[in-house]
Design a protein around this ligand. Structure first.
Ligand SMILES: Cc1ncc(COP(=O)(O)O)c(C=O)c1O
Length: 389
């Protein structure tokens, strides 16, 4: 009997953030003070009204199996909220609720892409894209994102990458790790390519509520001809500081939603009922906690961008969304891996750009999911390291 593992998990690695977190916790256990700027989750508590709604739901016995695509009431509320925010009309049947957004990355890819077909994804980008493409047996085609155009898409590279074998193009706006957004003309460009080559687009819009300077992120779902080939991915983890609750959703054409629900049925079963009740409260209850969180992120963004641009050899553009900065550190003379480990030794946990793909070399990611005071302390420590280089 073979004791080997299947090829589909060859080279599979955990997200870089988990690796750096483990290393920084080891250092903490040895007494070192670490400022955590590696974690991609809000440092705010889940708003109290959401927790209370879940507690009531548990007391009422909403703890059983329920429909795989989610309870009807939540699907209706999501369709209304997501549609209104995007100026579109979605039907509840298009919504598939999942435990976290991640299953709505995996299952649409499994439902759409055959082994050996190709999927284009952003690089630097969220590491799960490449992992899930490989697990499905498809060929992963990284699309380089460029600092020079605000980390939108690289039209020339995309044109070269998309061909008759391409089944799916993944977009992420606002993006992790860059904070870049994709403006409307670029979305139209992608839409034209997708229609010409008859492929799907998965638009990961999980950071769409965390935007700055009053910017409203456009969606490819509203470009003419795209509604029947687009999956909009969103969720509660970031907007409502609910990362550990595991609640997300995809919005897609009904025929695909039915198939994704089947995969969810066999792969997961369903999303916890009381968590879905919490989701209804999140979307229909007061939104002031979200507004306050986004305002605080914007103030921190300004502080961290200014601070980074004051460091020798560091250049940082201002992101328009999400809670990450992605400064260029090439002029320090260090590789991004070396830069990140020097900073960790000095008590600042950050991620090398290559944790997000090969095109992340020359950059590091800092999540401003820590207090203003800690951001200031981190910048001071970074300055000391760079001066000593
Ligand atoms: C771009 C992006 N998409 C999807 C996810 C997954 O979200 P969830 O925790 O809801 O599964 C994340 C989480 O970090 C993310 O950064």
């Amino acid at each position: 009997m073979s004791v080997g593992f299947a090829h589909r998990i060859d080279g599979l690695r955990a997200e870089g953030a988990y690796t750096v977190l483990a290393r920084s916790q080891e250092l903490e256990a040895r007494g070192q003070d670490i400022i955590h700027l590696e974690i991609g989750e809000p440092d705010f508590p889940t708003p109290a009204n959401i927790g209370q709604a879940a507690a009531r739901a548990i007391a009422e016995g909403k703890t059983r199996y329920n429909p795989s695509a989610g309870i009807r009431e939540l699907r209706e509320v999501i369709a209304e909220d997501a549609g209104r925010r995007r100026g579109l009309t979605f039907r509840p049947e298009q919504v598939v609720v999942s435990p976290g957004a991640k299953p709505n990355l995996f299952f649409p890819a499994l439902a759409l892409v055959n082994p050996e077909e190709e999927v284009v994804y952003p690089d630097p980008g969220y590491p799960t894209y490449e992992a899930m493409i490989r697990i499905t047996g498809a060929i992963a085609r990284p699309m380089p994102l460029l600092e020079s155009n605000g980390f939108s898409i690289d039209r020339e590279a995309l044109t070269r990458l998309v061909n008759a074998r391409t089944r799916l193009i993944i977009l992420n706006s606002p993006g992790n790790p860059t904070g870049g957004v994709i403006p409307e003309p670029d979305l139209e460009f992608v839409a034209e390519l997708a229609q010409r080559h008859d492929c799907w687009v998965l638009a990961d819009e999980i950071y769409s509520r965390i935007t700055f300077d009053g910017y409203h992120v456009p969606t490819i779902a509203s470009v003419p001809g795209m509604s029947d080939r687009t999956i909009v991915l969103d969720g509660f983890s970031k907007t409502y500081a609910m990362t550990g609750w595991r609640l997300g959703y995809g919005i897609m054409p009904v025929a695909l939603a039915e198939r994704v629900s089947l995969l969810l049925n066999h792969g997961i079963g369903c999303t916890a009922h009381f968590t879905q009740i919490a989701g209804i409260e999140a979307l229909t209850g007061p939104q002031d906690a979200v507004d306050a969180m986004v305002a605080e992120f914007e103030a921190r963004r300004d502080r961290i961008v200014d601070g980074l641009n004051g460091l020798r050899g560091v250049r940082c553009r201002k992101p328009q969304g999400a809670f990450y900065v992605f400064p260029n550190i090439e002029a320090t003379g260090l590789s991004c891996e070396c830069f990140a480990s020097r900073m960790l030794e000095a008590g600042v946990a950050i991620l090398p750009g290559t944790a997000f793909g090969q095109y992340g070399e020359g950059y590091v990611r800092l999540a401003f999911t820590n207090s203003m005071e800690n951001i200031d302390r981190a910048l001071e420590r970074m300055d000391t390291v760079i001066r000593a280089l």
